[in-house]
Design a protein around this ligand. Structure first.
Ligand SMILES: Nc1nc2c(ncn2[C@@H]2O[C@H](COP(=O)(O)OP(=O)(O)OP(=O)(O)O)[C@@H](O)[C@H]2O)c(=O)[nH]1
Ligand SMILES: [Mg+2]
Length: 328
């Protein structure tokens, strides 16, 4: 044992020996390293402490990455035409909405902070599948960073207000504020990156538990007016759910395009889905990369004046347009 170890070091070493968790161990080791007298006689001991610190840090990092223990991180693989997160204050009815619109079976309870992990479900709107992702509530000091991360990765936010609550407006505005603090600004328009870390995320607003707050539906719609497209619904009675589905599809930022072969009726069995704002050329590219070089012209049915006529390749397609691709 090297001489002249300080009382501070000995206290830290004692704390290390009594530590019950890795976190306590790491903390004590760092204190030991800070207080150990730095001379030749303690070199081996210093190296030993550093090695232990590195090991504990690596273990914590591995646990974080595998989603175990303390700092869990979740990833929801994207499915369907778009991914939409259910975002809102505690107890708003987010999980109940997921259960009503998909086949997922989330935990639902009459108290806040029920949902702890993300849960996806597929919502069918007509012939399109949209992935909804239920999330833990967004609340100051309680929401882990990965929740904000998943919101940023998704195409659209479904911002949920709890119309059962007298304070629905402050609650939902607090959520908007917290997202803004995490560099995510909600918008009624298309999603876009503003600078290296700030993004605008396309949002639709949902007034939930409408059966328990009918008198607040009008105020909710007025609040959303000019900010986000909005709808009110009740997972309990089913009222408004069709409107919510349509709103979510419209807000998803994708449109459907069908194809037809010359001389045949259109194939309406399965749409191609493509981002809103895509052109006729983008559609051709998506259907088959090789088609672009062989393309002669495209006939288009749907968006207004192009019924069956040759469409300019930069023409922006609309939901439910039909294209007939002519190749050489
Ligand atoms: N009457 C009525 N009750 C609802 C409705 N939606 C949800 N609830 C109830 O409200 C409570 C909270 O619902 P959840 O779906 O768990 O709410 P949540 O937003 O997922 O809550 P957290 O996961 O804690 O953030 C439960 O008791 C639900 O049964 C609704 O439309 N009408
Ligand atoms: Mg929930």
């Amino acid at each position: 044992m090297p001489a002249n170890l300080t009382p501070a070091f000995l206290a830290a070493r004692d704390r290390f020996n009594r530590a019950k968790t890795d976190e306590e161990r790491l903390d004590a080791l760092q204190e030991m390293l800070a207080t150990i007298p730095k001379h030749k006689g303690t070199e081996k001991l210093q190296a030993d402490i550093k090695r232990r610190i590195a090991k504990l840090k690596e273990k914590a990092e591995q646990q974080r990455r595998s989603g175990k223990g303390g700092g869990a991180v979740y990833h929801v693989p994207r499915e369907g035409a778009a991914q939409v997160t259910l975002v809102g204050p505690p107890n708003a009815g987010k999980s109940s909405l997921l259960a009503a619109l998909t086949r997922a079976t989330p935990e639902i309870a009459p108290y806040p902070f029920t949902t702890l992990r993300p849960l996806p479900g597929m919502m069918t709107y007509e012939d399109v599948q949209i992935q909804l992702v239920d999330l833990p509530p967004v609340a100051r000091d309680y929401t882990e960073g990965w929740v904000y991360g998943l919101v940023r990765l998704a195409d659209t936010v479904a911002l949920c207000a709890n119309l059962e609550s007298e304070g629905w407006r402050e609650e939902v505005e607090e959520v908007i504020r917290l997202l803004a603090e995490h560099h995510t600004l909600l918008t009624g328009g298309p999603s876009r990156q503003l600078d290296w870390r700030t993004m605008e995320k396309r949002t639709v607003a949902l007034g939930l538990k409408a059966d328990l707050g009918r008198e607040r539906v009008g105020a909710f719609r007025a609040w959303a007016e000019g900010k986000f497209p909005a709808a009110a619904a009740s997972a309990a009675t089913g009222e408004g759910l069709d409107e919510v589905k349509k709103l979510i599809f419209r807000g998803s930022g994708v449109v459907r395009v069908y194809t037809k072969k010359p001389g045949h009726p259109p194939d309406l069995s399965q749409p191609y889905t493509i981002r809103e704002g895509a052109t006729v050329l983008n559609v051709v590219e998506q259907i088959h990369k090789d088609f672009v070089s062989r393309l002669r012209y495209v006939r288009l049915w749907g968006s207004g004046r192009f019924d069956g006529q040759h469409a300019p390749l930069d023409h922006v397609v609309q939901d439910k347009d039909i294209v007939e691709i002519h190749l050489s």
